[in-house]
Design a protein around this ligand. Structure first.
Ligand SMILES: *[C@@H]1O[C@H](CO)[C@@H](O)[C@H](O)[C@H]1NC(C)=O
Ligand SMILES: *[C@@H]1O[C@H](CO)[C@@H](O)[C@H](O)[C@H]1NC(C)=O
Ligand SMILES: *[C@@H]1O[C@H](CO)[C@@H](O)[C@H](O)[C@H]1NC(C)=O
Ligand SMILES: *[C@@H]1O[C@H](CO)[C@@H](O)[C@H](O)[C@H]1NC(C)=O
Ligand SMILES: *[C@@H]1O[C@H](CO)[C@@H](O)[C@H](O)[C@H]1NC(C)=O
Ligand SMILES: *[C@@H]1O[C@H](CO)[C@@H](O)[C@H](O)[C@H]1NC(C)=O
Length: 425
């Protein structure tokens, strides 16, 4: 059975790649992570830069709504061929025998959901078919997990249904349990949503795996196996080796790693908050009002690490202070704007370094994590932006562009988040 799946995947992937072995085996508890636009991804598109930016704004607004700072629903990024939000995918095997799905990673969500056969409005042709899995079980309304699902309700057949929005999209699903196999690890009775109806364009095609810290997430459900500990290294979209990884469990995690305390917001239980205390540009600590960085469980304010946002967003006073110092230090050149970025330079200029100062941990960004290069116009832009001003936003999001080629360790039992440089391209 395995070999059949392997052949299927190889033939799928061979279309997209010539010399690269996209299907190299994942090791125990260590999954390969692909960028959604890498040669190993069947979702690869030639999406334009501008569209990526548009999509990222929608993601930011969505996270702001999760943090509880926007009352209104999330605006929809206009639906012109925008790629699925979350940018990184891993292979998950679901059911008995296993059905392979390439699910998006999302560290800011708990629930997992997979498009299931019969889904109306799902964009994927790869659907999970529970009727072909001997270990599949639909959860009833009385199941304790039903209370943890977003907006749960009891369907006519007494199964646990739920509705949720994701970015600008909406799904209707019912709770299912089945065996989840990640690399060589088996998680029995894993609870996830089987999508039967979807609308919108921001849903990851083959589903999503929530790595948040709330009750329904993979992390909580695999407590015995992984002890709420994992790390990941996100590859750059352009890298050809694709050896990004998601390492689950306390085994083989880096020992020598800089860490900062993880903060817990009981009202936003999925999000990984940290304490950003300052930002240094070159050797100058920029003057940022403490209120712009302070953690406040009541309002959702503070700083989170997120794998699904593309570039870092800071609340306006923090961004403006950092950007002004950055511009001041770029000699003999004036900044121009491009798309969502307001600090771009053409040709070769010398850029200052930027350091995020977290409680107990300074992280200086290498140029690849700091600058985004536009193919059009030979521009290099500071790859961060202010939170959109049309929302009363209080959330700083450290995004994937700033995390690429770093190992990010989430260690919930010891309440810490670690970072070390690692080449995962
Ligand atoms: C989801 O929302 C739709 C529209 O409001 C409603 O008809 C449906 O019953 C809801 N389903 C669940 C499972 O809550
Ligand atoms: C999985 O669920 C089934 C059905 O409720 C139960 O019989 C079985 O013991 C569970 N397995 C594990 C490992 O929890
Ligand atoms: C890809 O990986 C191989 C073996 O690890 C290494 O020799 C090569 O330099 C890598 N290529 C790139 C472009 O990183
Ligand atoms: C930057 O803009 C100022 C004001 O418009 C101008 O005087 C200066 O020459 C410009 N510098 C460069 C390097 O273009
Ligand atoms: C981009 O700018 C650099 C530095 O000025 C220059 O060397 C390079 O030729 C430029 N590339 C293009 C495509 O204009
Ligand atoms: C971070 O950098 C600041 C300013 O340079 C310094 O005062 C502080 O001691 C550093 N913190 C750590 C944990 O290295």
């Amino acid at each position: 059975m395995r070999s059949h799946l392997l052949i299927l995947l190889i033939s799928l992937l061979i279309l997209k790649s010539e010399s690269i072995n996209c299907n190299e085996k994942s090791h125990s508890s260590d999954l390969r992570v692909f960028h959604i636009n890498s040669q190993c991804s069947p979702f690869k598109t030639s999406v334009s830069w501008a569209d990526t930016l548009l999509q990222d704004k929608a993601r930011f607004l969505y996270l702001s709504s999760l943090a509880g700072v926007t009352k209104s629903s999330v605006p929809i990024a206009s639906g012109r061929g925008i790629v699925q939000s979350p940018t990184y995918i891993v292979r998950a095997n679901i059911g008995t025998p296993a059905q392979a799905m390439l699910v998006a990673l999302d560290t800011s969500n708990d629930a997992a959901w997979i498009p299931c056969s019969g889904c109306v409005g799902c964009s994927s042709s790869v659907l999970f078919d529970p009727s072909k899995s001997s270990s599949s079980r639909t959860l009833q309304c009385e199941a304790p997990q039903c209370k943890q699902a977003p907006n749960p309700s009891c369907t006519v057949s007494k199964s646990c249904g739920f509705n949720m929005t994701y970015g600008g999209s909406a799904i209707e699903a019912y709770l299912t349990q089945d065996t989840l196999t990640l690399a060589t690890d088996v998680i029995p009775n894993y609870t996830f949503g089987c999508i039967n109806k979807a609308s919108g364009t921001s849903l990851p095609a083959q589903g999503l795996m929530g790595l948040g810290r709330g009750p329904l997430s993979l992390i909580s459900q695999s407590q015995n196996l992984y002890q709420s500990t994992f790390s990941y290294c996100l590859p750059n979209s352009k890298s050809s080796n694709f050896s990004g990884s998601l390492r689950l469990g306390p085994k083989n995690q880096p020992i020598r790693i800089k860490t900062t305390p993880l903060l817990k917001n009981p009202r936003r239980s999925s999000l990984y908050y940290v304490n950003l205390v300052g930002i240094r540009v070159g050797n100058k600590i920029v003057d940022i009002p403490t209120s712009a960085l302070a953690f406040d469980p009541a309002t959702g304010a503070g700083t989170i690490f997120d794998s699904g946002t593309v570039y870092t967003r800071l609340v306006e006073p923090a961004y403006v202070a950092m950007r002004n110092e950055f511009r001041r230090r770029v000699k003999n050149a004036n900044a121009t704007s491009l798309g969502g970025f307001d600090t771009c330079y053409s040709g070769s200029v010398v850029f200052p370094s930027v350091t995020f100062m977290f409680a107990g941990m300074n992280v200086t960004l290498p140029p690849d994590n700091l600058l985004i290069h536009s193919s059009a116009g030979n521009l290099s832009c500071l790859a961060m932006a202010a939170a959109p001003t049309n929302v009363n936003s209080v959330l700083n999001v450290i995004a994937s562009m700033q995390q690429q080629n770093h190992r990010v360790l989430i260690d919930v039992p010891n309440s810490r988040l670690g970072i070390s440089r690692e080449t995962c391209t």
